[in-house]
Design a protein around this ligand. Sequence first.
Ligand SMILES: C=C(CC[C@@H](C)[C@H]1CC[C@H]2C3=CC[C@H]4[C@H](C)[C@@H](O)CC[C@]4(C)[C@H]3CC[C@]12C)C(C)C
Ligand code: SAM
Length: 372
Amino acid sequence: MEAAALVCTAALVALGLYWFMWVMGSAEQKGKRAVDLKMGSISRDKVQDKYKQYWSFFRRPEEINESSAEKEKVPAFVDTFYNLVTDIYEWGWGQSFHFSPSVPGRSHRDATRLHEERAADLIGARPGHRILDVGCGVGGPMRAIAAHSRSNVVGITINEYQVGRARAHNRKAGLDSLCEVVCGNFLQMPFPDASFDGAYSIEATCHAPKLEDVYGEIYRVLKPGALYVSYEWVTTPLYRPDDPEHVEVIQGIERGDALPGLRRQDEVADIARKVGFEVVQEEDLARPPAGPWWTRLQMGRIAYWRNHLVIKALTLLGIAPRGVTDVHEMLYFTAVHLSQGGETGIFTPMHMILCRKPLTAAAAAGDSSGAN
Ligand SMILES: C=C(CC[C@@H](C)[C@H]1CC[C@H]2C3=CC[C@H]4[C@H](C)[C@@H](O)CC[C@]4(C)[C@H]3CC[C@]12C)C(C)C
Ligand SMILES: C[S@@+](CC[C@H](N)C(=O)[O-])C[C@H]1O[C@@H](n2cnc3c(N)ncnc32)[C@H](O)[C@@H]1O
């Protein structure tokens, strides 16, 4: 009898562990399981070192912009960052690596899709168009936009591992005839001049040390008359650089998100005009009546602790590589800083700017008008 009870208890514990670690996947989607957490293209034994290198580079984000040698290193460290975080993002957030305003009565998944479709509508994407996705991640937005507009979307990301993930997801979704993914640097894109009918970037250009460099490249590859929309990460006018608490929050966001210094909201349109764009519309999509984007991060507190335990256990069992716990801990603090940035209103991840490449070069040279 005692032996039977022991066997039953052992079976229950084993079942519980299996459920906790293998079945209970992400907070949002069951696309990625904890046991499949890799660290991109980094080999298992290098994860901890790579994380340390990343952290020592981005620990003092304010210093990166002071030296051009440091600025040049940014894309390589951003690539390392996405090797470290891509699987954790997919596991704990889903295939769209961005925020969206919450929509009462709708799921996060719906709110995410609506935010993505809005970008497609703003640039008038339609069947037959060739649209560029600047910094495409694993392609969540690309698939939503291709399915919504039936346009052909070409995504570019600096991270090879994301290219593989995005292509696999595209195939699985049956959208590989509309979606293409290229590995490359958006500061020097491998596309001919005037080869796209439209472009968008969702929470990606914040990784560029100089916004004019990426905007200049997007301008180059767009056809005259084509539209470009971006959801930008910026500090708002409520941010006070002389308030140590504000500085702590903003630097926390920069460190944990591989950002070489956040820009101010009022800088973005000037930069777009500087490279030749006409600014058609500009709006912080996080402002009321939009629902708060940061509550999704806060509601996940219990999920973070569960995830932390799962990752710790998998590391102890030798299933997840050493270093994953450090990356996960960094992300936890990033989430705290992001939600403080949202609550205080000093930061927004969705400052929307809609730009047009003028039809003629003369119009581009002559444009110094403001947004209309
Ligand atoms: C645009 C960027 C990324 C934005 C977001 C998609 C990510 C920013 C912070 C990430 C996360 C923080 C906490 C993680 C949590 C500890 C873990 O258990 C599960 C995943 C997180 C929720 C993770 C998910 C993605 C983010 C919200 C930047 C990089 C420009
Ligand atoms: C936060 S993710 C957003 C991904 C996608 N837009 C989404 O919303 O799911 C930022 C993306 O920008 C890409 N990126 C950052 N710097 C880049 C660069 N210099 N060249 C190309 N891609 C870059 C990253 O690889 C990543 O795919």
